[in-house]
Design a protein around this ligand. Sequence first.
Ligand code: SF4
Length: 86
Amino acid sequence: MSQNTKNEQLTDKRFSPSSMHDPITQAFLDQAEKYNLRYLCEDCVYFDDVEDDCVHRYPTAPHRKAYIEDKPLEKMLIFCREFDIS
Ligand code: SF4
């Protein structure tokens, strides 16, 4: 997937603030680290490491480790409803 496509995903209105999307806070980041919270594509059983993409072809940009690690306090926390760690 091209970088342009990934950036378009992040401007998609589906990823706008809503009751399901909250700004990432330092408290969240601290607790995610403390409790080893898994919630990113890289932790999900549906993530294909070879293709570097979701096997369901869902948009991954807002759920990727790189997205969270780059200036996280300026971003929204968007959980994927298909995330599965099993
Ligand atoms: S199902 Fe969701 S969390 Fe899992 S790889 Fe696909 S987009 Fe990422």
